[in-house]
Design a protein around this ligand. Structure first.
Ligand code: ADP
Length: 269
């Protein structure tokens, strides 16, 4: 095996993708997330490691709803966590809302997450002892709101996701779909520019998954919120504006008609 991968290594498959190519095709669109040649290695002991990302490059346009698909272990979650400032890459660049964020101090990344990004996870991750209303409000307080404002915002968002009559219920008193709606409301509490979902419908049946995706689409249309959703569910992916495909730590198809991969010399195709 080679030395730890640097994202800027031209021999890394998928490195040096021209992020500008997608923009050239549609000069009117604004990029909200730009990941360039991301590399991430997990060290598993002294000589054992996994290259989770090997030069993944992708642009996400503001206001779009994009799905990321790919086999298990292809780097989807790692990519999303780095794009969402939950984790840092070993190489490459991450741009968010027009400025480069990789290399920023951890505290700054926390602030960026609080202000600009919302997350939805597969397991809902609600606090079992708090009501729906309190779960969402707590996230609001974490984002810097007063308790009073956070509660008001929580109620507004729970209405938005159709849970106006369930606000005082604890997570255990709600169905899986309802719990995920609470999680969506929580993700929206800071009025994020982008919501990132890691298998947000992974624990839900087909009908409920479809319901959750329409809810996200409604938010996307009404508020212009960008959605980036990692999913194994083809129906969820088909409901998005485009499907990005990853394999072996690279984006092999950005779903945007932009050629991915490299030629024999390692140059972009
Ligand atoms: P996906 O989301 O496509 O299933 P992941 O991004 O979760 O892929 O993982 C990519 C690769 O990195 C996998 O081989 C996985 O086992 C490995 N990996 C992910 N997270 C860690 C970690 N914290 N420590 C070690 N290896 C990890």
């Amino acid at each position: 095996m080679s030395e730890p991968s640097a994202g800027t290594d031209a021999t890394v498959p998928g490195a040096f993708q021209p992020a500008e190519a997608a923009l050239a095709a549609d000069p009117g669109r604004e990029v909200i997330v730009r990941a360039v040649a991301l590399a991430k290695r997990y060290q598993l002991g002294k000589s054992n490691f996994v290259d989770a990302l090997r030069g993944a490059t992708l642009d996400i346009a503001r206001g779009e709803m994009a799905a990321i698909m790919g086999p298990s272990g292809s780097g989807k979650s790692t990519f999303m966590h780095i794009a969402g400032c939950l984790d840092v890459a070993d190489g490459g660049e991450v741009w968010l809302n027009g400025r480069r964020v990789d290399g920023m101090p951890a505290r700054t990344l926390v602030d960026i997450r609080r202000r600009e990004i919302g997350f939805i996870f597969q397991g809902f991750n609600l606090i079992p002892t708090l009501s729906a209303e309190e779960n969402v409000a707590l996230a609001g307080e974490y984002a810097g709101m007063s308790r009073r404002d956070a509660l008001a915002r929580s109620r507004e968002l729970l209405e938005l996701v159709g849970l106006g009559d369930r606000m005082r219920h604890a997570p255990s008193e709600l169905s899986g779909g309802q719990q995920q709606r609470v999680a969506i409301a929580r993700a929206l509490v800071n009025d994020p520019d982008i919501v990132m979902g890691d298998e947000p419908t992974g624990d839900l049946d087909t009908a409920t998954s479809a319901e959750i995706v329409s809810m996200m689409r409604a938010v996307n249309v009404e508020r212009g919120t960008t959605f980036l959703i990692v999913t194994h569910n083809p129906e969820v992916a088909e409901s998005c504006d485009r499907i990005v495909r990853m394999r072996d730590g690279v984006v092999v198809d950005d779903g945007d008609g932009t050629p991915q991969g490299t030629d024999a010399q390692g140059r972009p195709q």
